[in-house]
Write a protein of this length. Structure first.
Length: 245
């Protein structure tokens, strides 16, 4: 019986190890089976996804067609011209230096001329035709060629708002500097800056003052030590007298 027990003892660990190996093999087989199922499902879904992506691209192309480079360049040129005209702030329809009253009179004159031209064309009289409106390029060239009788920037001279904001900011800076100067003057009242001519004399006086302060503190500490010694002597005498009594 003892030998049988020893055999069982030796066999029990091997059996447990075999059971663990079997469990691990089962788990590995399940994982492999699941991976195979996933790969099959992905292979089935892949063409569907590709078809869906292609359909989405076609829908986007139908809804929003891509712009050609030539169209984009044309749009950029038009946008730049609009920005230039807006920055200058002038919509040229005649003379740049004309006042509003003159513009109104010119408009009325143009209307009369048009009416006369129509009447003359009906009657057969040869008259000059109305001038066509200038294009954006001609308007910009007229604005750039115009002489401005001031030292301001020619682009911003017609728009006074930036200059007003700049003047306001400069005024605020000047006021701030003035307040700081007043505060510094109030703080420095009663103070004197040391001069270079008397710097050596001031240094000598400073050394004398430091030596005097050191001697004063030494004397005070010596006096305090003497007072403590006298107090100790008095305490000893009183203690001796009390013991004798």
């Amino acid at each position: 019986p003892a030998r049988v027990q020893e055999v069982h003892r030796h066999q029990a660990p091997h059996q447990a190890a075999d059971a663990q190996v079997q469990v691990r093999l089962r788990i590995a087989a399940k994982t492999v089976h699941r991976a195979a199922q996933r790969s099959r499902a992905q292979a089935q879904r892949r063409p569907r996804r590709q078809c869906q992506r292609q359909q989405r691209r076609q829908r986007r192309a139908r809804v929003r067609p891509r712009a050609r480079p030539a169209d984009l360049r044309q749009r950029v040129r038009v946008f730049e011209a609009q920005l230039v005209v807006h920055a200058v702030g002038v919509y040229v329809e005649g003379d740049d230096d004309a006042s509003p009253d003159q513009a109104l009179s010119d408009d009325s004159g143009d209307a009369d001329n048009r009416d006369k031209h129509q009447d003359g064309s009906k009657l057969g009289s040869g008259q000059a035709q109305a001038k066509p409106k200038p294009s954006i390029s001609s308007a910009i060239m007229e604005i750039l060629d115009n002489d401005i009788k001031s030292s301001k920037c020619p682009i911003l001279s017609r728009n006074s708002r930036p200059f007003k904001l700049l003047d306001r900011e400069r005024k605020q800076q000047r006021d701030h500097k003035a307040r700081l100067h007043e505060h510094e003057q109030v703080r420095m009242q009663g103070r004197e800056y040391p001069s270079l001519a008397t710097s050596e004399h001031e240094k000598a006086l400073q050394t004398i003052a430091t030596k005097g302060v050191v001697r004063l503190f030494n004397a005070v500490s010596h006096q305090q030590g003497e007072l403590r010694r006298e107090q100790l002597k008095e305490q000893k005498l009183t203690n001796e007298l009390n013991l004798k009594k």
